[in-house]
Design a protein around this ligand. Structure first.
Ligand code: ISL
Length: 564
């Protein structure tokens, strides 16, 4: 396949920026667009092909911007539309595309649409949201229409006293769900997306996009956490999902001259559903599935945890390699703004550089598109949580209050947040060893991780064997390699469950990847990992000295090109 007719996102690495924590230009302690502009050369040097920019739209920030009050306005805390246009031009000038975060399962309750919808039962926008009468309890009191729980604790319904009706919010009460059954809602979203495309953006990451089609009866769910029902069987991947996404693709995303990327965030999606959404006729290019990042969850309660390991995580990712094969396309990620930092969760801070680069090697050379969450390329670790004062995320703050009120030990709840809370990845980017790690000249909205004095971009840019230097090499290897972008995936048995081994093959080209996903030395038999026709091994990338042919050091990763 020539480079001309391949989709650009099969060769690119995509970098997620959480604007609040990336770079602050005006000293208010919150990252902003001009801060990102000041870092575009850093992004270009990293070699990424696109930026996924988490929400920058007008918002009351109940959920750090995933509660949008105006889809076509930049929130003043992040800057202006002129700043946005300047950032877009600066990225494009460096060959970097920009993917916007599309949050359209819900709006903010401060969006004009919701204000009108709530104003009266007869308002033309009433059915732009899910309004329902409540039930009556035996004692005559009012109950929500069903017992679905919110992802952010409490019920998924809030009573509007003025109308006596309840509105649905799968997340916070300040995030009312849009009613996608209504064609006027869909048309308004399409119009907004076209507005951003006309402004020059290169695609969308679609927030919980498989929640937009719900069973209109909103039936009772299964027993869920905190005594509420888990309604996900009725709101995830509902009856009209394919229809709504195909309609969106035709209406907005099919301009052949634009090569727009669509990546859907799809919690609970199965491999067959993902293949249907992302195959050649599918409406999306790829999806974020959650199997590997939920292996540590027991049942429907996110906070009921069990131990997991890097090997188990990659076992799941390998299964998805087979499941999508050449039918669909995988997003490859281990962390993001909702997931703990992969070094702390799946790696080993005692082997920081080795384990950070081992995880990256194992992930990036799989078949799919890799995503790097800001700071991952530095080996940044989870933000410390000493007390409930260190909880900033609405999901964690609500759960902490609910769990402690129900009698849970506060320290036990904090320990669970240290393992799975969404504050873990959100501490400010660590640029230098100076005040506030060079993130801001003011007091950051969230403390910088104290390890910034040694873990920072400036220090690592100067070191040949730093995590940053390795990521630059790894990202360029993918960008310049047809076999990584387009090759098949061949799973191998390295003879040790802690060693991940696979080949990527395209015609006569073949890469062999072997990674020790543990903190112990492991023996391997490289000869057993060659294809039937054999071949010579040429080391093209590694995080160790590769001196022992048949033994991998702790967290050692090697990539060989096979030559006949
Ligand atoms: O917390 C999670 C990871 O375990 C998920 O439940 C996450 O909340 C879910 O994937 C939805 O995430 C997206 O939508 C939310 C927003 O809070 C997240 O930041 C966003 O990524 C509501 O918009």
């Amino acid at each position: 396949m020539s480079r001309v007719d391949e989709p650009w996102w099969k060769r690119a690495t995509i970098y997620q920026i959480y604007p609040r924590s990336f770079a602050d230009s005006d000293g208010d302690g919150i990252g902003d667009l001009r801060g990102i502009i000041s870092k575009v050369d850093y992004l270009a040097e990293l070699g990424i092909g696109a930026v996924w920019l988490s929400p920058i739209y007008k918002s009351p920030h109940a959920d750090n911007g995933y509660d949008i009050a105006d889809y076509c306005a930049i929130d003043p805390v992040f800057g202006t539309l002129d700043d946005f246009d300047e950032l877009l031009a600066a990225l494009h000038a460096r060959g970097i595309r920009l993917i916007m975060d599309l949050v359209v399962n819900h709006t903010s309750d401060e969006h004009q649409w919701f204000k009108e919808s709530r104003s009266s039962k007869d308002d033309p926008r009433r059915d732009w949201y899910w309004w329902r009468k409540g039930r009556t309890a035996p004692d005559g009191s009012s109950l929500p229409p069903n017992d679905w729980g919110s992802f952010f604790s409490g019920p998924a319904w809030t009573l509007d006293p003025a109308s006596g009706e309840y509105y649905l919010h799968l997340f916070a009460p300040k995030q009312p769900d849009l009613n996608w059954e209504n064609p006027r809602v869909r048309a308004a979203i399409h119009q907004m997306m076209k507005w951003w495309i006309d402004r020059g953006v290169d695609g969308f990451r679609m927030d919980v996009i498989n929640y937009i089609s719900k069973d209109p009866g909103l039936p009772a769910g299964e027993p869920g956490p905190q005594g509420y029902e888990d309604g996900s069987r009725w709101f995830a991947s509902g009856p009209h999902l394919m229809e709504y996404l195909q309609e969106m693709r035709l209406a907005v995303l099919s301009d052949p001259g634009k090569e727009l990327l669509t990546v859907g965030e799809t919690p609970m999606i199965t491999p067959s559903q993902a293949a249907q959404l992302t195959d050649h006729e599918g409406p999306l290019d790829m999806v974020f599935q959650f199997e590997h990042v939920n292996l540590d969850q027991v049942g429907p309660d996110k906070w009921e945890l069990r131990p997991t390991s890097a090997r188990e995580v990659f076992g799941s990712l390998v299964a998805w390699q087979h499941a999508l094969g050449d039918r669909g396309w995988n997003s490859l990620y281990l962390s993001n703004h909702d997931q703990p930092r992969q070094l702390s969760r799946f790696g080993d801070e005692r082997f920081r550089t080795r384990s950070a680069t081992a995880l990256a090697t194992a992930l990036h050379l799989l078949r799919g598109t890799p995503y790097v969450f800001q700071g991952e390329e530095l080996g940044m670790a989870n933000a410390p949580v000493a007390s409930s004062e260190d909880l900033y995320d609405i999901e964690s703050r609500n759960h902490f209050a609910t769990a402690v009120a129900a009698g849970s030990d506060p320290d036990g709840v904090l320990e669970v947040f240290r393992l799975k809370g969404r504050d873990n990845p959100r501490s400010p980017m660590q640029w230098t060893d100076g005040p506030h790690a060079g993130f801001s000249t003011g007091r950051p909205w969230m403390p910088v991780n104290p390890d910034y004095r040694t873990v920072n971009a400036a220090a690592e840019a100067a070191e040949e064997d730093s995590v940053l230097a390795y990521y630059r090499r790894l990202i360029r290897l993918r960008a310049n390699s047809d076999v990584v972008a387009h090759g098949s995936f061949v799973e191998l048995d390295a003879g040790d469950p802690n060693v991940l081994a696979y080949r990527r093959e395209l015609g006569s080209e073949s890469l062999l990847v072997v990674v020790n996903l543990s903190g112990e030395v492991r023996s391997i038999r490289l000869g057993d990992l060659l294809p039937p026709e054999g071949g010579q091994l040429e080391l093209v990338l590694g995080n160790g000295d590769a001196s022992a042919r048949d033994a991998l050091g702790e967290w050692e990763a090697r990539v060989y090109r096979l030559t006949s």
